[in-house]
Unconditional design. Structure first.
Length: 513
């Protein structure tokens, strides 16, 4: 399926994204604040732009938000009692067809004792994760905790489908080592080299082309003026409608790390068949066991304090950026995290009658400027189905997920437009490989959303705006002044440091330099 670049459809789609993409997803629902290890922060899905890898699709699911690099002594291991998943819908029916499942195991080295020192003639377990020496390789002897994981691919229903192990192409092992978090430059002098030893070439059953796999800590690739946005957009209107101020404000999460689950898979292995629809949908979830028993007298070991059992219960869900944080009403946030795309009709009112555009108009312009064409059927059509002619699958069932047309070739990093499709149209470019057609790390979804949210892509008072889009809003949807096309949050997503190839997200910030 090749893009037809239907501009009026793009306008409508971007308007819908205005209500959904204001920041990465951090602690967006009441329950998830109690379980940060399974809190999904960002989901990326894009055609790989690393030279020579253009037939691959990169899937990145980030978990554990707002990690302070110095957050020891235990840092941010993944939950061994959780199930982390990346789902792919490749026929548009709002149900997963392929699921990649990640399970973790954390064990103490040295027969369960970790690092020890001889003190007064006795071997005593040390208190910290690393010994006095440097760490440079997987299962390094100076590490007390060994973190490992497995990956399974499930075809069909995530709980009843066919399950197969993803294996290391080098030795056939189904167990992989996860690098320890970036303690600091004295403990791990060359973290980039250390982490690179944990990038694996893997075999996925029924996929003839080897894939790549990496799981580990990364610098958070998202950029946003987060505190200002949540504080009723606490800046003057003039500061965020002048393009000269793009990049003038600090990235408030620029010093944070996250934990990344990354896969790079051949695009044909994600489709229903090599000749099937090019459009795929993706989202990530995390689940916990239904029961948890706490031990009042835990013994030795890393998992001695609790015993988990029962059925898996989904507690986190993320596709498009920030749907649950700024679109779904507070009373339904936990319900959304537990839901599946096939059941998204229950949340339709939050899309047809979104509240956040009015919130922005209230705090920026005395209530004037929010679109008023209710119900927002344009948002239902585009946000829940993908953009006709770009990334809408055949026979689509309306549902929320990130959608990617794998038939659109990637654009080299230097040529990517930070505003994705809308920026490419505005600037006369040809970059249709970015947001909202999937999402790349460089895509500034915040700025795209702010422009769209305040009417920058609508027809106002019967006059076509500077983008040349067709009517996406009624004339009653008056933009917030002629400068609405220039809305931004003052933080430039394009300046966040990234790697030129897989896993694309930058080396994590060290706890001490």
């Amino acid at each position: 399926m090749k893009p037809r670049h239907t501009l009026s459809a793009l306008a409508a789609a971007l308007l819908c994204l205005a209500g959904t993409a204001q920041a990465s997803s951090h602690r967006e629902a009441p329950f998830i604040t109690t379980a940060p290890k399974v809190d999904g922060t960002d989901f990326y899905m894009f055609r790989s732009y690393e030279p020579g890898r253009d037939n691959m699709v990169t899937l990145i699911a980030n978990y554990q938000p707002l990690q302070d690099a110095y957050g020891g002594p235990n840092y941010f291991s993944m939950d061994p009692n959780a199930l982390y998943e990346i789902h792919i819908d490749n026929n548009g029916d709002a149900k997963e067809d392929i699921t990649f499942q990640f399970r973790f195991k954390n064990t103490l080295a040295n027969s369960g004792n970790g690092n020890t020192l001889t003190i007064g003639g006795q071997q005593v377990s040390t208190a910290l994760q690393q010994g006095s020496g440097m760490v440079s390789s997987p299962k390094d002897g100076n590490l007390s905790t060994i973190q490992q994981y497995t990956v399974s691919v499930v075809r069909g229903d995530r709980r009843t489908g066919k399950v197969s192990a993803v294996t290391n192409a080098a030795n056939g092992s189904a167990t992989f080592d996860k690098p320890f978090d970036n303690i600091g430059t004295k403990s791990i002098p060359n973290y980039a080299d250390y982490a690179a030893k944990h990038v694996y070439t893997v075999n996925i059953p029924e996929c003839p082309t080897p894939a790549k796999l990496f799981v580990g800590q990364r610098q958070d690739a998202f950029a946003v003026n987060l505190g200002v946005i949540f504080d009723n957009v606490n800046v003057p209107l003039s500061a965020i409608i002048d393009r000269k101020n793009i990049g003038a404000f600090p990235n408030t999460i620029g010093d944070k790390n996250v934990t990344t689950l990354a896969l790079e898979v051949h695009k044909d292995c994600l489709k229903s068949s090599p000749t099937g629809d090019d459009v795929i949908g993706g989202w990530t979830t995390a689940s916990l066991r239904q029961g948890r028993l706490l031990n009042p007298k835990p013994g030795s070991g890393l998992q001695a304090s609790e015993k988990a059992g029962g059925a898996w219960v989904q507690v986190s869900r993320l596709g498009m950026p920030l749907v649950n944080e700024l679109v779904i009403g507070l009373k339904d946030k936990d319900a959304f995290n537990a839901s599946k795309p096939k059941d998204d009709a229950q949340f339709a009112t939050y899309v047809t009658n979104p509240t956040y555009p009015q919130v922005l108009a209230n705090v920026l312009n005395n209530g004037v400027g929010a679109p008023t064409n209710f119900p927002r059927t344009d948002l239902v059509t585009t946000f829940l189905t993908g953009i006709p002619g770009v990334n809408q699958p055949k026979g689509v069932v309306a549902s929320e997920m990130l959608r990617l047309n794998t038939g659109i070739a990637p654009v080299p990093f230097a040529q990517q437009n930070r505003l994705g499709i809308v920026g490419s149209i505005r600037d006369g470019g040809k970059d249709f490989a970015g947001f909202p057609n999937g999402r790349r790390p460089k895509d500034d979804v915040v700025d795209v959303a702010l422009v769209a949210m305040m009417g920058g892509l609508c027809i106002a008072n019967g006059t076509t705006n500077a983008f040349g889009f067709g009517a996406a809003c009624t004339p009653a949807a008056v933009p917030l002044g002629a400068t609405s096309l220039e809305f931004h949050d003052g933080v430039d997503q394009a300046t966040v440091p990234l790697l030129p190839g897989f896993p694309y997200l930058n080396t994590p910030i060290p706890g001490a330099k």
